[in-house]
Write a protein that binds this ligand. Structure first.
Ligand code: DX5
Ligand code: ZN
Length: 219
């Protein structure tokens, strides 16, 4: 089954706890949290305090996407706040192998994210060390951007590397995922679909999840 991870970046922050609960009740599988520092990406969002607040609002796994430089400095803060999956960017981490293991050694899942211009082979040497590959299908920084179509080919390449190396890593796609393209992304090999604007712009999340599962032939 394809897992759906609503990104709270597009939620109503004034009602964040309620939004997270509604997403859970609608059948979402994971809560995706976008952390931005204004340096690695042009936007600034949230830190561990908000992850801590979300932790109290849901039983779902919290998937924290760190779009920050020097992510190793903040790993413990996000783990203590309740992250279940911590993903760092390959482009932002000088000692990626060490960073990944400092996440895994704390007993949670470690992911690595790649910007659209970063080739899949950038993480070939560590593919057996990681639990998740997060492929950005937009340039990170903002919700509501258009899906970069070449991401489908990249996803297939990534899948091949994972299969051939006997890695257990799952692939998550982030950026521009809609009801209309979800099925083709899932068919190309994605296990987790992040959805920000498409999900939180719906009036009825439950109804939307039903349509999405139908679209994915998983109802
Ligand atoms: C972008 C973030 C995404 C974002 C996706 O930098 O990493 O998680 O919330 O938003 P949509 O689904 O609107 O493209
Ligand atoms: Zn994200």
């Amino acid at each position: 089954m394809t897992l759906i991870a609503p990104s709270i970046l597009s939620a109503d922050f004034g009602r964040l706890a309620e939004e997270v609960k509604l997403a859970e009740e609608a059948g979402a599988d994971i809560i995706h949290v976008d952390v931005m520092d204004g340096i690695f990406v042009p936007n600034i969002t949230i830190g561990p305090l908000v992850v801590d607040a979300i932790r109290k609002s849901t039983e779902l796994p919290i998937d924290v996407h760190l779009m920050i430089i020097e992510p190793h400095r903040y790993i413990n803060h996000f783990i203590e706040a309740g992250a279940d999956i911590l993903t760092v960017h390959a482009e932002a981490s000088t000692h990626l192998h060490r960073t990944i293991w400092s996440i895994k050694d704390k007993g949670i899942k470690a992911g690595v994210s790649l910007n659209p211009a970063t080739p899949v082979w950038a993480i070939e040497e560590i593919i057996r060390d990681i639990d998740l590959v997060l492929l950005m299908s937009v340039n990170p920084g903002f919700g509501g951007q258009s899906f970069i179509n070449s991401s489908i080919e990249k996803l297939k390449k990534m899948k091949k590397i994972i299969t051939e190396s006997n890695s257990m890593a799952v692939i998550e796609i982030d950026g521009g995922v809609k009801l209309s393209n979800a099925k083709s992304i899932a068919q190309a090999g994605a296990h987790i679909l992040v959805m920000g604007s498409e999900f939180f712009s719906q009036k009825d999340y439950k109804e939307f999840m039903k349509k999405l599962r139908e679209q994915l032939d998983e109802n």
